[in-house]
Design a protein around this ligand. Structure first.
Ligand SMILES: Nc1ncnc2c1ncn2[C@@H]1O[C@H](COP(=O)(O)OP(=O)(O)OP(=O)(O)O)[C@@H](O)[C@H]1O
Length: 252
């Protein structure tokens, strides 16, 4: 589904991502762990087109997408959410979704009236779709609230809802559970798992080892820009010495 071939990104002398070759299998919830500064977010930025690699390639769904812009990747079915969400705070929750419309068809000049009708129909369909997604994410009651007024956890749900507007095949989630209270974390996990059961692929950066061990397979660990572990939660537990050495997570 998504693969990298010796992907690298250097900031001056620092090799933040150092020759990483990975294959993310379709339908998985792959977890990406590693200590602060390991290169996880930089790696996501390379995958999502926010940064251009200094070397190596990225392939998504059979195409070479190296250096492609986030917008083009979104339309190809690769979406991402941020560690710190960035909603349009003054717009309503619903409007935030309407701003991320996928594949809006370019209008041909077949007559202003027909065009207006078609646009009204498209707008209605888009609103219905957005409301359906908000409902799925348990945010429907907040549709008319300014996005700046909802809680941090709800903002994380909103981020995922915005990503879903693109009907992605794969979503990169950067610390989805960080700063989210336990009950909303449960909602978030439940929704992610429901989407995963429908076939959506997830690649998740998460510091919460309990979350990763319970929900992610496989698990990949980065340290100093390199892959130092790849396996299941059981493998990770069996290899606790390695994980502990690199992460200091006390997984054992
Ligand atoms: N734009 C940048 N310019 C220079 N150095 C950077 C830049 N972005 C990241 N770095 C450095 O690259 C390294 C990897 O950072 P990155 O944010 O990818 O790590 P991380 O694993 O996501 O960490 P965290 O878990 O704290 O979010 C760090 O040493 C960081 O300081």
């Amino acid at each position: 589904m998504l693969s990298t071939d010796t992907l690298s990104c250097a900031f001056g002398e620092l090799r933040a991502v150092d020759s990483v070759s990975l294959d993310i299998q379709p339908g998985t919830m792959t977890g990406l762990i590693g200590p602060n500064g390991a290169g996880k977010t930089t790696f996501f930025n390379l995958l999502a087109g926010a940064l251009k690699p200094t070397a190596g390639r990225v392939h998504f769904d059979g195409s070479d997408v190296t250096g492609m812009s986030p917008d083009r990747l979104f339309h190809l079915g690769l979406a991402r959410t941020f560690q710190i969400p960035r909603p349009f705070r003054r717009l309503s929750v619903l409007e935030n979704l309407l701003l991320a419309p996928p594949k809006q068809s370019g209008e041909t000049l077949t007559g202003a009236i027909f065009q207006r009708r078609r646009m009204a129909r498209q707008e209605r369909a888009l609103r219905d779709k957005a409301m359906g997604i908000l409902d799925f994410m348990t945010l429907a009651d907040l549709a008319d609230q300014p996005a700046g007024k909802i809680s941090g956890g709800q903002t994380k749900l909103l981020e995922l809802a915005r990503a879903l507007m693109g009907e992605p095949q794969m979503i990169l989630l950067d610390e989805p559970a960080a700063g989210v209270n336990p009950s909303l974390t449960n909602v978030l996990i439940d929704r992610i798992k429901a989407l995963n059961r429908q076939g959506m692929t997830f690649f998740i950066i998460e510091h919460d080892m309990d979350f990763v061990m319970r929900h992610c397979a496989p698990i990949i660990a980065l340290a100093e820009g390199r892959v130092v572990f790849e396996g299941t939660a059981q493998d990770a537990q069996a290899d606790a010495g390695l994980l502990d050495a690199y992460l200091g997570t006390g997984v054992a």
